[in-house]
Structures are given as structure tokens and as C-alpha cells.
Design a protein around this ligand. Structure first.
Ligand code: URA
Length: 410
């Protein structure tokens, strides 16, 4: 069947066979199908959805576009963690440090920013020297010596997803349950962990906007996991406001350091603890109280922070060289009241507009830009108070006069 026939078939809502999905997606991977035709098919999938069978078939095609990592050389239980994407979401860096400090192996393959959401790899690349591309041997060695390694989607693992992901990012085809599930699960299966926890984010700043969508994608991801004999757990968590106090790559690394040094206590910290406890339960068979106590101890004793430093050092990063922009703009409130809402989506878009993400595939991310939130939900604000500080590209003019409308006051 020609690519146009395949696009038309999906556009009319019919089910594509594995053969048709292979022709389209592998053809795209091998450069025989151009970006514009793949964009059109992706858009048709966004509009018409996919059956479970199509999702399983597409995931299988993605997985077998590359290698499946063999983690049998890793000593100990492997647990991977993934988030469906949010604004200010730096949980992976905290959670991997805590869980690895407790003796569980965390083989983590992360992504770059997607749409208005940030990506762990972009955050890590703000640390000068940090290598996100380890060889398979280095990855496994680091898991055995340090306990966690965080790498970018390598060429060899689900490489088809890497190509499709970059196209979705710039063609308005990110927010699709089948495409998100396929993308995440193909990477999770290919990267080899025995157990996987997925943080399913829901809300205005997330890729999934409703509770129903979050429940549905959880079902699909568990279904895919069981097809490959992997234990998959999901946690549905809220993303109506940005997570934590900063958005932007280098700024978020600084926030991770603060959390691991016990200098913050907010919803993000509770979320990191909850995810870590779940991973400890899955890996070590502990009950929830035991797992919670282990996580608290790792943070309080500084073991989690030490582990974070070990991960950075093992991958060549030098935290002392991390740089944030010196071109700052305090954003002043033009209203007074009690903050009852913050538009996570608009904050994510603003970070993108500041240069912290990509609008085209070729864009270079500026890791020094971003937003530090000074006022959050529950705070009382007076006219003239600083709501947040924008970190602009060095040498550029402000791009926004007033940010008050990003907040809801009562
Ligand atoms: N994270 C991924 O890896 N893929 C998606 O499609 C969305 C979030």
C-alpha cells in the first residue's frame, strides 16, 4: 500500500495492519518516507486513535528498530522510572539518586524536552562535561559501580522513536495517548529494566489533560509491559502547576541540589519520596512504611546527595561550572490576593520562548535561561510583589511585560 493510502486509511478511522505500520514507520526511519507524510500520518493517529492491537504492533516495530539492552551483567534488581512529561519536572534526578543510594540499580534512558515540557537530558546537558551518550559497556559498568546511570536515547535503542519524537515535537502531534504510550514503552522495554514505574502526569501543564486519559494510558502501558514480561506500575500525579520552584535546565539542576541537601519541603519533594518508595517496594519487597523510612534516611543522611554527585562525576560533569544567565527580570504583580492557580502550560511555553526548549528540530537549547517562582499556590500577594524572576538569554531584551495573568487569585 502507498503511504498516501495508509494516511487515508487512518484518516478515515480504520485499523492499520502491522504490515502497513511497518511500511510507514520503517520507511520513514530509512528515509524513504519524507517528514511531511509522516507528520500527516501522526496527525491522523492523533485524531483517530489506535486499537490495543495497533499500539502493541507499533511498539514492537519501535523496539525492534534497534537493539534490546541486555542488563543480565548488572548485579541486582533493575528498576527504571519515566514520566509522561511536565513543567519543571526534575523528579528523575532526585529519585535515581535516592533509589541507587539504597542499593537498587537504576538504568535510566531519558528524553529531551517535548512541546512545552522539559526533558531530563537537556537538564543534565546544562552541566558542563556531562556525557549523556555512554557506550553499552560504560552504562553497565556504571550501574555496577555507582548504581545509576542516566543516558540519552542512544542510536541503538528504539532509534525509530528518537526520529519520530523529534518530528512530533514540532508538528503538534505530541498529545496522543497511543503515541505517548508507544514512545515511552518502546524505550523502557528496549533499555532492559526488569521493573518499571511510570509517573503519569495529568493536568493543564501535562501532555495528558484529564484523569480519564491518565487512567487509560496507565492501562495501555501495563498491557505493553506484560506483553514483554515486565512489571509496570503507574502513579497518576498532578501537573496543574509547575513542579517545584524553577523551570529551565540549569536552574532545575540547582533545585535538585537544594532538594537533595534537604533545603526544600514542598509537593515536589513529597512526590520524589513517593516515587522512590514505590521503586524500593518493587525492587526489595519492602512494605510501604519500611520503604518510606529508607527513603527518609537516604535524604537526611546525605547519602542521596552523595549518590547524585557520584552519578555526575562518573559521567564527566562538573557541577561547579554550571551557569545561569545573569540577565534577570523580576516580574511584578499587578494584582493583590491569594494565589489559587498557576497556569503550568503557559509557564512551560514561556520557558520555551526564553530559549529553554526547541521550536524547530534544529534549535539549540539555552540551558542558562528559565524561571524561578517566588510566589506559588497558597501565597498572599500584594501589588508590587515579585511573582517570579525570568532568566533571559544573555544580552537580550525582555519578552514579556506582565506575568500576573499566569496566576489565578481569589
Ligand atoms: N515521553 C516520551 O518519552 N515520549 C512521549 O511521547 C512523551 C513523553
Amino acid at each position: 500500500m502507498s503511504m498516501v493510502d495508509i494516511i487515508n486509511k487512518k484518516k478515515l478511522g480504520y485499523v492499520l495492519t502491522k504490515q502497513e505500520l511497518s511500511e510507514a514507520f520503517l520507511g520513514y526511519y530509512h528515509g524513504e518516507i519524507p517528514d511531511y507524510q509522516m507528520s500527516s500520518l501522526l496527525m491522523a493517529i492523533c485524531m483517530k486513535g489506535m486499537t490495543d492491537e495497533e499500539i502493541l504492533n507499533l511498539t514492537d516495530i519501535f523496539i525492534h528498530s534497534g537493539e534490546i539492552l541486555d542488563l543480565s551483567q548488572v548485579n541486582g534488581i533493575t528498576v527504571d522510572k519515566h514520566s509522561t512529561g511536565g513543567v519543571g519536572d526534575k523528579t528523575t534526578l532526585v529519585v535515581a539518586s535516592i533509589v541507587a543510594s539504597l542499593g537498587v540499580k537504576v538504568p535510566k534512558m531519558s528524553g529531551r524536552g517535548l512541546g512545552h515540557t522539559g526533558g531530563t537530558i537537556d537538564k543534565l546537558e546544562s552541566i558542563p562535561g556531562f556525557r549523556v551518550n555512554l557506550t553499552e559497556e560504560e552504562f553497565i559498568n556504571q550501574l555496577n559501580t555507582v548504581g545509576a546511570a542516566i543516558i540519552s536515547q542512544t542510536k541503538n535503542l528504539a532509534p525509530l522513536d528518537k526520529k519520530v519524537y523529534a518530528l512530533r515535537d514540532v508538528t503538534g502531534t505530541v498529545e496522543s495517548i497511543p503515541l505517548i504510550a508507544t514512545s515511552i514503552m518502546s524505550k523502557k522495554i528496549a533499555s532492559g529494566a526488569e521493573k518499571i514505574i511510570i509517573d503519569v502526569k495529568v493536568g493543564n501543564g501535562a501532555l495528558l489533560k484529564t484523569q480519564e486519559d491518565a487512567i487509560e494510558i496507565s492501562r495501555i502501558m501495563k498491557m505493553i509491559g506484560s506483553r514483554y514480561g515486565r512489571e509496570v506500575e503507574t502513579m497518576i500525579t498532578y501537573m496543574d502547576i509547575p513542579l517545584g520552584t524553577s523551570i529551565g535546565n540549569a536552574l532545575e539542576i540547582l533545585e535538585v541540589v537544594q532538594i537533595l541537601c534537604n533545603q526544600e519541603n514542598n509537593y515536589l519533594v513529597s512526590l520524589c519520596k513517593a516515587l522512590s518508595s514505590k521503586m524500593i517496594q518493587m525492587a526489595l519487597g519492602k512494605n510501604i512504611n519500611q520503604a518510606n523510612a529508607m527513603v527518609e534516611d537516604s535524604l537526611k543522611s546525605g547519602k542521596a546527595y552523595q549518590k547524585f554527585l557520584e552519578i555526575i562525576q562518573a559521567q564527566g560533569g562538573d557541577l561547579s561550572l554550571l551557569r545561569v544567565s545573569s540577565n534577570k527580570q523580576d516580574m511584578i504583580s499587578t494584582k493583590s490576593g491569594h494565589i489559587i492557580g498557576m497556569d503550568a502550560y503557559r509557564f512551560g511555553k514561556l520557558s520555551l520562548d526564553l530559549g529553554g526548549g526547541r521550536k524547530t528540530k534544529e534549535d539549540k537549547v539555552d540551558s542558562s535561561v528559565g524561571i524561578v517562582l517566588k510566589k506559588k499556590i497558597g501565597d498572599d500577594v500584594k501589588i508590587g510583589d515579585i511573582l517570579c524572576t525570568l532568566y533571559l538569554k544573555e544580552g537580550t531584551d525582555p519578552i514579556l511585560d506582565d506575568i500576573t495573568s499566569y496566576y489565578t487569585f481569589d
